[in-house]
Design a protein around this ligand. Sequence first.
Ligand code: ADE
Length: 241
Amino acid sequence: MRIDVITIFPHYLAPLRESLLGRARDKGLLEVAVHDLRDWTHDRHRTVDDTPYGGGAGMVMRPEPWGEALDTVVPAGEKARLIVPTPAGEVFTQAMAHELAAEQRLVFACGRYEGIDARVVEEAATRMPVTEISLGDYVLNGGEVAVLVIVEAVGRLLPGVVGNPESLVEESHADGLLEYPVYTKPASWRDRDVPPILLSGDHGRIARWRRDQALARTAARRPDLLAALAPEALSTADRTV
Ligand code: ADE
């Protein structure tokens, strides 16, 4: 997969060189290019923002540098999906991470201040698919942190990035539930014992216990997830363990 990020803070994206994603880049599974939006300004102050039409607080990103940046990063004839992180977007989910992981090329446009002039997304949408994505119902100072989150969630789903693909099957949100609690050695620590069933070697009972724990946790913490599951999803999974 190829990822381009356009931002006025290129250094913000440095963590994409670390850890799993850094190794994915070294292995050639993921290619990331970070571009400075100010390279597409033409005034002495490299201005990217201006006051909002209609009045109000804050500044809005001007459309011209964005238009030129997108024309250069995605020249006519090339295909890419444009992702614009914004608190006004669709809320990011694991299902969306899977959808984005199937793309060949993603371009992220990081807004700052009060956002990007709305004509940029409108015009870009005439030549590429555009998705505005929110991390959740809170406001960040800009899209950069959201890009780090989205690229990490998507990057780990690319074939070969996570060493043991089994670990992608068992984790939270893989089956619409939160993950069951996990334990490792020692079996007893500060007077707290690992649930004995996990030491029993009975894989059928362990699977049922984990499923019950996942259901109880999801019901307590995220009843909305449980309500969204099809009734068959619950009963089918129960029958298979
Ligand atoms: N930019 C500012 N706030 C954001 C949010 N909640 N999600 C994604 N991008 C943002």
